[in-house]
Design a protein around this ligand. Sequence first.
Ligand SMILES: [Zn+2]
Length: 446
Amino acid sequence: MSRAKLSNFLKLSKGIGKKIKYVFIAFSKKKYLLNFFFLAVFFVIYTLIVNQIKFYTKLKENNFNSFLKSNEFNNIKEFIFENLKSPYKKYNYTVENNDTLEKVLKKYNINKNEINNIASGIIKKKLSNIYAGTKIQIVTKEGKGTDKIVSLFYPIDAITSVEIKRNKDEFNITKIVLKLKKKKIVLSNTIKNNLYSSAVAVGIEPNIIVEFANIFGFEVDFQRDIRTGDAFEVYYEQYVDDDNVVRNTGKIIYASMFVNNKELSLYNFKHDNKEGYYDVDGKSVIKTLMKTPINGARLSSSFGIRKHPILGYNKLHQGTDFAAPTGTPIMASGSGVILRAQKYKGYGNYVSIRHNSIYVTAYGHMSKFGRGIRKGVRVNQGRIIGYVGSTGMSTGPHLHYEVLKNNKRVNSQRLKLPSGKILSNEARNKFEVERIKIDVKLAELR
Ligand SMILES: [Zn+2]
């Protein structure tokens, strides 16, 4: 700063100083008012600070509480109480997408040679497939620099697991398969709220309930046909271990529903090397297309003229909408070949299936596609082709379902579907024998 500028600056500050002085004198004449003003300001600031402190203390407490409940704390606790003096460490790891056993082991301070040994060992024994969600138990022992593996354990499915144990410098890899006994069971209930909860209430396994709903998918609209007091019965196979714990389920042998004052009983029967379900007259339950290719959904918009929820004007709604939570599985409503499985116009993620020379079905707004669903793939009826979402022109999660008859969109809910084939001659006689056997066994087990 030059000398001239400096002196100018000093003059200016003096001026400002004077002005402040005047203001202060003017205020001191009203001393009481000023004191009151300061007191008020102090009080406001004090209250703010006290509240802030209270807020942070509370936050810390909450953080601490959630920390106490967290896995992190449990791990530390386990570590402190169990492993402090021990050279052994135990880890429980939950497999994530794209994990391999090798990748998992590399997350820990484990000797690289041992990881390679185990990785090649399980590949040789064809046990290298691990799935997201699988829980792996790993026990290690401290070594020089890196840790050594003592044992490893992980399940492959409900009855198979893999055990890897150290044997000096080698590893014994064992596939453990539970010995299961087949057991047949009959369970029934009246429906109070919905099929699912009434079936769970009597101990029916979820996959049997899904299968049951699939079998009746052509005959019963689970959204509208079911009334309180309707009933069902299911006769199926369970696989139990030595402790009589159910480890797996087999097929449904017989299923019956009492709906709309009618009883419909279906029998499992193998014909032409294919298992299917037939009614008492030997008529197959399979029809070309399902009315509702989704379980647990609500019909939210039918086929016809409506005010478009996004465009705002009246337009022909050329499909049927089923509202359901994001991620609800969508089934192929009939067997056929995938025409499209891609993002498509306002449909978002879209799948279409050609069933025969006349019928095509289409499914829109999916959050994602089913595993292996690509153009050209043949799917069976009931196969999961995708999951409910809200992609494309959509205001909320739902399935937009279309049936195209000779390339023209038609109302899927009004469609007169061709009924299933009827067993004849020799097959019919075989079925009759089978059906009577099932009925006898049913009477025994009820
Ligand atoms: Zn729609």
